[in-house]
Design a protein around this ligand. Structure first.
Ligand code: PLP
Length: 412
């Protein structure tokens, strides 16, 4: 008899985006003349920039000729891309990363999810709350949690690190020590960041406790302030305690093309039950070579072009465009007298729902009165209750119109 992985049965259905879609569809059906503006999803809208397209076109031509055809590439990624990553994302910031510490993949979501393969099921896991759901769900699936508690909205065995206005969205070092710590800054969904000295406290804590930090910096390209680290490796000693996940998705509009990378430093060690040190770089390499066959040559050529002078200029224009949307959202909320966070080093604005309303009640209000769709904060974790996420990834016209409508609706 075939047995299932019963850890899957502990998982709550992910109601968030399906509930949003159902509510929007119902409202639209009942009000066919209303134009609904969506500022809820985290997908980009600007097209791939010309320099990346040009290099991808060339790569397409190459694979069509017998002299330059490419089949399977290296599982870790082509050297030309890993060199560009090391040089541009790390050397330029004074960080030394070796080529064989970089693993190119088809997405940070997969990497964040797959990384749990390296760790024993008896590790204690800490996540920030609210959180990008992948970190939590992949640990439930692989058996690092107990049951879900309906009352608290939490899973047994997980260490939740609340990030709210009360602690200025800076998670406190937990008393009960986790083995695996997920940090994502700039943060999805709150749009907030950790300053260098705050991140340094986590690196020190991880070192003292032999924990690992799984650092997701998918949004680093949106950082505009000086003392906000783009990479955890800007902190001294972080190579001994951290894995870093990066993505071309939001940086260069690759959400549909698919390309990302993960850095696993050679200094980084895990331990056997007997206390023997094991290189996590070796384990990840083994895992990837076994279960992954690399990213397409055409995609990697496109990703390489992101680092060219023209590519950089072009992607920065798009980032500027999104961050101008973020400014429009922030200014609109200021005028409406709504408190908010984020939107300065990140494309996400996390607003405090007025009048002590619940996240979902605010969702209904905005949908029905302003015909604007956002994401209820509670969908990202219990500490998200009373908050609401707006994204800057829409187009300019819609963002402006949405903020006009929100202001009209919220001027109580
Ligand atoms: N990490 C965070 C925090 C994200 O918000 C997202 C996408 O929304 C990802 C990772 C996924 O990135 P990718 O498109 O590379 O899978």
């Amino acid at each position: 008899m075939i047995k299932v992985n019963e850890n899957f049965l502990k998982m709550q259905d992910s109601y968030l985006f399906s509930t949003i879609a159902k509510k929007v569809a119902k409202y639209q059906k009942e009000n066919p003349d209303k134009k609904i503006i969506k500022l809820g999803i985290g997908d980009v809208t600007r097209p791939i920039v010309p320099k990346v397209l040009e290099q991808m076109h060339e790569a397409v031509d190459e694979v069509g000729k017998s002299e330059t055809f490419r089949g399977y590439g290296p599982e870790q990624g082509y050297e030309f891309l890993r060199e560009a990553i090391v040089k541009n994302d790390y050397e330029k910031r004074g960080i030394k990363i070796d080529l064989d510490e970089v693993f190119v993949s088809d997405g940070a979501k997969c990497d964040c999810g797959n990384i749990v393969d390296l760790f024993g099921t008896n590790n204690k896991v800490a996540i920030t709350d609210p959180v990008y759901p992948v970190y939590l769900d992949t640990n439930i699936m692989s058996g690092r949690t107990g049951k879900y508690d309906e009352k608290t909205g939490k899973y047994e065995g997980i260490i939740y690190l609340p990030c709210t206005a009360e602690n200025n969205f800076v998670p406190e070092l937990p008393k009960k020590v986790p083995d695996m710590i997920y940090l994502c800054f700039p943060n999805n969904p709150t749009g907030t960041v950790l300053k260098k000295e705050e991140l340094a406290k986590w690196v020190k804590y991880a070192k003292e406790n032999k924990s690992i930090i799984l650092f997701d910096s998918a949004y680093e390209a949106f950082i505009s302030e000086e003392d906000v680290p783009h990479s955890i490796y800007e902190i001294e000693g972080a190579k001994e305690v951290a894995i870093e996940f990066r993505s071309f998705s939001k940086t260069a509009g690759f959400t549909g093309i698919r390309c990302a990378y993960t850095v696993v430093p050679k200094e980084l060690k895990g331990y056997t039950e007997n206390g023997e040190e094991i290189s996590l770089n070796k384990l990840w390499n083994r895992r990837q070579c076994t279960k992954f066959n690399g990213v397409s040559y055409i995609t990697q050529k496109g990703a390489e072009a992101v680092y060219s002078e023209e590519g950089q200029k072009e992607i920065k224009e798009n980032i500027k465009y999104y961050m101008e949307n973020a400014k429009i959202i922030r200014e609109g909320l200021d005028e409406a007298g709504i408190k908010y966070y984020g939107g300065i080093n990140s494309p996400y604005v996390w607003l405090k729902v007025p009048n002590n309303m619940k996240s979902w009640d605010f969702f209904d209000l905005l949908l029905e009165k302003a015909n604007v769709v956002g994401t209820p904060g509670v969908g990202f974790g219990p500490s998200g209750e009373g908050y609401f996420r707006l994204t800057a990834f829409g187009n300019r016209e819609n963002t402006e119109e949405a903020m006009r409508r929100i202001k009209n609706t919220l001027q109580f």
